[in-house]
Ligand binder design. Structure first.
Ligand code: ADP
Ligand code: MG
Length: 391
């Protein structure tokens, strides 16, 4: 789960990471009031959406009066912000965060990220922070320093110092920064975050460190243990189909293609998406209806898949292990009739009683194509969508 910058900054603050003072606004008048409360000086008005790259997209504005803060809010609220992370459709901005402008001497990059290969949290720092860390990673990987944290332990001070000296900080800054990096690791560990990123971490004109941006991703599977984090979810930032699917108990992730997929078991679902891609087509979603794949779950699965307007055909790949194939086939047929299936369907069944299952599909009177192997299923579905697009 993602949270907004203002929520991330709230958490950073509660872990003693310095952040600028600020306030949330949903109208220009509120933005003006926040700026007045912050006192004289410059302010930054920042679009709150679940995507980075806002600065470049026009979603971050530095202003020098409460009146100008209201005007910036007027421009930003209601705009559809397009950044390299939003996709071409962009994201509607509903609120802004107004904070005190910091006098920036340098911008560093700092992040704690779950390194799944190392099975540890990795801490990364770079002297080249700011807006283009992806480019730094690509062109100057030697400017990104990384260290790992032993599970359940704090980051050793020497590890933090090494990262920070690499960023060219002075001894006094390294001391302040060491506590900051350790607190960041503590936040990631205690709240079970998969990413805590500060970009930029500013070195101010006075030489202090302050987090000017904050991005935190939490492990969805751990949210049950952190109700105070789960509460931060912004339903307006979540894909409505994914939200509907979660409510139905389905494991669904929307993707960009036009081949809807319904599979029982996460591993088989991943393999199915691979073979679809290998056949030259693009999956529209990941969907694991569960090992049991009851008629009820298959019906819910169809409903969610068909709500995606991009879907032009559906591939069902089911392994009858826990349930027999004949039971599964009967469930698929009943569900397809119930939802009045409107797109072509390719079904691949394998497992116990597979012959009886295929017979049920063949006798159903519905327009199925039945495939024997996964490869055949993928090739068939690729042909079906190619034909649909040619029309
Ligand atoms: P994004 O990463 O989405 O572009 P940031 O919060 O990093 O958004 O803001 C973009 C840039 O705007 C920062 O790199 C920084 O230069 C500037 N900026 C952001 N917040 C402040 C602030 N409080 N004071 C001064 N400059 C800021
Ligand atoms: Mg940033």
């Amino acid at each position: 789960m993602n949270v907004h910058e203002y929520q991330a900054k709230g958490l950073l603050k509660s872990f003693q990471v310095p952040v600028p003072e600020g306030g949330l606004a949903t109208t220009p008048a509120e933005a003006r009031a926040v700026a007045e409360r912050l006192g004289p000086g410059k302010y930054v008005v920042k679009a709150q959406i679940h995507a980075g790259g806002r600065g470049k997209g026009g979603g971050v504005k530095v202003v020098d009066s409460p009146q100008a803060a209201a005007e910036a809010a007027e421009q930003i609220i209601g705009m559809t912000l397009v950044t390299h992370q939003t996709g071409a459709a962009g994201k509607l901005v509903r609120k802004v965060w107004v904070e005190k402008a910091t006098d920036i001497a340098r911008e560093l990059y700092l992040a704690v990220v779950l390194d799944r290969v190392a099975q540890r949290l990795a801490v990364m720092a770079s002297p080249s922070g700011g807006m283009d860390i992806e480019e730094v990673a690509e062109k100057h990987p030697e400017l990104i320093f990384t260290t790992h944290v032993e599970p359940g332990q704090a980051l050793w001070p020497f590890q933090a110092r090494k990262l920070l000296f690499g960023c060219g900080l002075t001894a006094a800054q390294v001391n302040a920064g060491t506590a900051l990096v350790q607190n960041l690791v503590r936040l990631a560990w205690e709240k079970e975050a998969t990413l805590v990123e500060i970009n930029p971490l500013a070195v101010t004109g006075e030489g202090t460190l302050v987090a000017l941006d904050g991005k935190i991703n939490f492990d969805d599977s751990a949210l049950k243990r952190h109700p105070e984090i789960a509460e931060l979810e912004d339903p307006e930032e979540t894909d409505p189909l994914e939200r509907q699917a979660v409510k139905q108990g389905l494991n669904y992730i929307r993707l960009g293609g036009n081949v809807g997929t319904m599979v029982n078991g996460a591993g088989l679902a991943m393999a199915t998406m691979d073979v679809i891609k290998m056949a030259g087509a693009e999956p529209a979603n990941f969907l694991d209806v569960g090992g049991g794949a009851s008629e009820e779950m298959v019906t819910k699965g169809f409903e969610v898949i068909l709500s995606d307007p991009n879907v032009e055909a559906i591939l069902i790949n089911i392994f009858g292990g826990i349930l027999r194939c004949d039971t599964l086939a009967a469930g698929v047929v009943a569900a397809a009739k119930k939802v009045k299936l409107s797109v072509p369907l390719v079904v691949r069944l394998e497992g116990t009683n597979v012959e009886a299952g295929r017979e049920i599909l063949a006798q159903s009177g519905l327009d199925f194509e039945v495939a024997g192997s996964m490869k055949e299923a993928a090739e068939k579905i690729a042909q079906v969508v190619a034909a649909a697009q040619a029309r």
